[in-house]
Design a protein around this ligand. Structure first.
Ligand code: PLP
Length: 394
C-alpha cells in the first residue's frame, strides 16, 4: 500500500515507545518491592470532579446526545467567556470561542485554516512534538529555533526577527510549555507579536497549561495582548478531563466562519456529552476543587524540584506552571555509566523502575542532555521516586 508522503513525514512519538517499554517492565515488577513509578505521563492523576460527572450522567440519561452546533454549545462558549473575565480580567466574547475535540483538534483547525503548503512556522526547541506535526500535516514546515534557559526555553522577539524569511507564516508557542513548564514573559510575547504583525503573520499560543499557572507574573492569557492572537486551550489539564476530548480555541472574528466551515466538515462537533459535562466545570464547587488541585500540583513541584537539584539533576529554570520538570541529566547519567538522556531514561527504568521521558521527542537542540519528569503523579509516588533516585545517585 502506498502511504502518503504527508503521513511519512510524521515522526514517531518516542514518548509512547518509552511508555510501552515501561508498561512491559511494570508487569514484570508489579509484585516486587519496587513496582514501577510512572513519572513519564503528561496527564493529571485526578479525574473530573463530582459535579462534572453528574452533569455527564444527566446528559446521557436525558438523551441530550445529538450533534451540537460545530462551534460548540452556546452556554458552554458563554461560560468559557465568563472564565476569562473572572480569572484573567479579559473580555473574550463567546462569539470568538470555538469548542473543539481537545486542544489537538483546535491546533489542527488553526493549522488548516492558516497554513499553505511550504509555509514555515517558527517554534521553540524544545517544544511539544505534536505541535510541529500539526504544522506538517497541514503541509507546512515547523522551524525549530534553539532556546536557552535564560530565555525560559521560549522564543524571543530578536530570534523571531532573525529567523523570519519569505516563507515564514507565523509562530506557534506553548505557554506554559511542555516539556519545561516555563512560560513566556508577557512583555516578550508582546514584542514577538509586534514582529509577527509587522510582517503580516499569525501568532498562535497554546495555553493548554495556563490554568495551572503558579506565578501571577506569567499566568496571563495572551488574549490580553491582542485579539488577533489565536489562543488554544483545553479541558484536559486544569480541568482534569484528558479522555473526555474537549478543548477550545479563541480566534479573531474574521476567522470564526473559516474555522466553523472546517470544523463542520472535519469533526461535525466536539463530544456532546463532554460539552454538557463541561458546563459544570465552572460551578463554584468545581472551581474550588480545581483550585485545591492546582495548589497540590504546586506543592508537588515545590517538593520535587529541590530534591532533583540535590541529586545533581539540575532544573535550570523553575517551572511556573504545568506539571513538568526539565532536568539536565548529564552528571546523573555519568554516575550510572551511560551517556545521553535516552540511555539515562532506560537505565533509570531498568535499575530503579522509574519511567521518565527522554528529551528526544521535544526537539534537536540540547535534548540529549535533558529528560522530562512529570509531577502529575501523587506526592507518595514522588517521594518513592526520590528515595529510589537517592539510593541510585546520592
Ligand atoms: C502543549 C500541549 N498542547 C496540546 C496538547 C494536547 O491536549 P489535548 O488533550 O487537549 O488534545 C498537549 C497534551 O499533552 C500539550 O502538552
Amino acid at each position: 500500500m502506498k502511504i502518503s508522503t504527508r503521513a511519512q513525514r510524521i515522526e514517531p512519538f518516542y514518548v509512547m515507545e518509552v511508555a510501552k517499554a515501561a508498561q512491559a517492565l511494570a508487569r514484570e515488577v508489579a509484585d516486587t518491592r519496587e513496582p514501577m513509578v510512572f513519572l513519564n505521563i503528561g496527564e493529571p492523576d485526578f479525574t473530573a470532579p463530582p459535579l462534572v460527572q453528574e452533569a455527564a450522567q444527566r446528559a446521557i440519561q436525558s438523551g441530550a446526545t445529538q450533534y451540537t452546533p460545530s462551534l460548540g454549545l452556546e452556554p458552554l462558549r458563554e461560560r468559557i467567556s465568563g472564565w476569562y473575565a473572572q480569572r484573567f480580567g479579559v473580555d473574550v466574547p463567546a462569539r470568538r470561542i470555538v469548542v473543539t475535540a481537545g486542544a489537538s483538534a483546535a491546533l489542527q483547525l488553526a493549522c488548516l485554516a492558516l497554513i499553505d503548503a511550504g509555509d514555515e512556522i517558527l517554534m521553540p526547541d524544545p517544544s511539544y512534538p505534536c505541535n510541529r506535526h500539526f504544522v506538517s500535516a497541514a503541509e507546512g514546515k515547523a522551524v525549530l529555533i534553539p532556546t536557552t534557559a535564560a530565555e525560559r526555553f521560549q522564543l524571543s522577539a530578536d530570534k523571531v526577527r532573525a529567523a523570519w524569511n519569505a516563507q515564514t507564516r507565523g509562530v506557534l508557542l506553548a505557554s506554559p510549555s511542555n516539556p519545561t513548564g516555563t512560560s513566556i514573559a508577557p512583555d516578550e510575547l508582546r514584542r514577538i507579536h509586534a514582529v509577527v504583525q509587522e510582517r503580516g503573520g499569525v501568532t498562535i499560543v497554546d495555553e493548554i497549561y495556563l490554568g495551572l499557572g503558579y506565578d501571577d507574573a506569567f499566568a496571563q492569557t495572551a488574549l490580553a495582548i491582542d485579539e488577533n492572537i489565536i489562543s488554544i486551550n483545553s479541558f484536559s489539564k486544569y480541568f482534569n478531563m484528558t479522555g473526555w476530548r474537549l478543548g477550545w480555541m479563541v480566534v479573531p472574528d474574521a476567522l470564526v466562519p473559516v474555522v466553523e466551515r472546517l470544523a463542520q466538515n472535519l469533526f461535525i462537533c466536539a463530544s456532546t456529552v463532554s460539552q454538557h459535562a463541561a458546563l459544570a466545570c465552572f460551578e463554584q464547587g468545581s472551581i474550588a476543587e480545581y483550585e485545591r488541585r492546582r495548589a497540590e500540583f504546586k506543592a508537588r513541584r515545590d517538593y520535587f524540584i529541590p530534591q532533583l537539584q540535590a541529586l545533581g539533576l539540575d532544573v535550570p529554570v523553575q517551572p511556573d506552571g504545568a506539571f513538568y520538570a526539565w532536568a539536565d541529566c548529564t552528571h546523573a547519567a555519568h554516575k550510572l555509566g551511560v551517556q545521553g538522556s535516552w540511555d539515562f531514561a532506560y537505565e533509570l527504568m531498568r535499575r530503579a523502575h522509574i519511567a521518565i521521558t527522554p528529551g528526544r521527542d521535544f526537539g534537536m537542540a540540547d535534548t540529549q542532555r535533558f529528560v522530562r519528569f512529570s509531577t502529575a503523579s501523587s506526592m507518595a509516588q514522588l517521594q518513592e521516586a526520590v528515595a529510589r533516585l537517592r539510593a541510585l545517585l546520592g
